[in-house]
Design a protein around this ligand. Sequence first.
Ligand SMILES: [Zn+2]
Length: 408
Amino acid sequence: MSTASPQRRSALLRRFASTGLLDAQTAIRRDNLLRALALIAREPAPVTRAVIARRTGLTSATASSLVAELIEVGLVTETGPAESTGGKRATRLAIDGDTHLIVVAVVRTRAIDTALVDLTGRTVASRRVDHSDGVEVSAVVDAVREITQGVEPRVLAACVQVPGVTADGVVVDSVQLGWFGVPLASLLEEAIDAPTSVVNDVDAEALTEAADAGEGVIRLVVHLGEGVGAAVTNGGTLMSGATGRAGEIGHVRVVFEGARATCRCGLSGCLESAASMSAMLGDAYTDELDGHDTSLLASTADSRERMAFGARALSRALRIMAALLDPQEVVIAGAAPALGPHFLGTLRDEFEMYPAKGTAAVPIRYGRPELGRYLGPARSALAPILGDALPLTEAPPAGPAPVVGERD
Ligand SMILES: [Zn+2]
């Protein structure tokens, strides 16, 4: 664990967060620190100073100096001797889970979940406050203050997840919360004195699914809930678009024939009017339902019929997005996993029924709710400081192996 004072640590950590123009030497140092950090976090085999030197091509002296700085700022810790390869025993390095904390707040229409997550991805505290009459902005500030009480000096960064459109720390437009133009990040930065980001719920889900992504891997995540949205990640980084609205596919018309349902946006034939959970399961569906109750709604004959129609509409939208993005995979997330294997099977069949010439085959799978609700926003909180260096989770066995340098 770092022995530097919190003030000294934050001064040193500013080097990681620099977004302006850096002089060449500082920029190279920052890149090397992040490369070393990513190696320690992502490499399955034990990482020592010698491994860092070998994988990065830097001298042993430079590798040692990088590690010394990572230890001083509380990002890395020594865990004990590595297996002997003859000669002096090297020391194994690991991510420091005892120094820094990430604060996460997940705001929903009737509740706020807050959590403290350490840099290994462990949730060390969590709390839920119900707000049955709707969530006020001040309640989010209070909830974040409350969970950070007593650990203020350890807070490295924070993130608030909200439904709706967000850009540069501002909730631009959240119909669900009734918030418009709320400068949430700066309100929280004032309250807890830590850099804060704001992420929308679909982007947070995409960051969750991207935790094990190798460099250059494109992944398309489609969220099905009361609404429909999508997000694209490149490696572990979100592609948010010029105005933060990339992935707003819910009101693109995909149904042109027959009886088109009127959408809540007032138009008809939108993707959302056919393939949202509400469109497929009826008005009894809300985003507050748990997986079990959602599955029950999905088991009726009426729902089955609407799910087949929804799968067809969604497959058309996916065809175009997949042709454009050439993703490694498509993930259907949000409440969709509760629709079960039948919906996914229908979606895959519809998708493959009209193969588009010249495009690659794309696997479609459900999201992984077991990764938890805090991983995505925690990754969003770290992004401005440490980029994509820390996955905050172990790569799940089914996922692709992280790509970090060459293998031994
Ligand atoms: Zn619409």
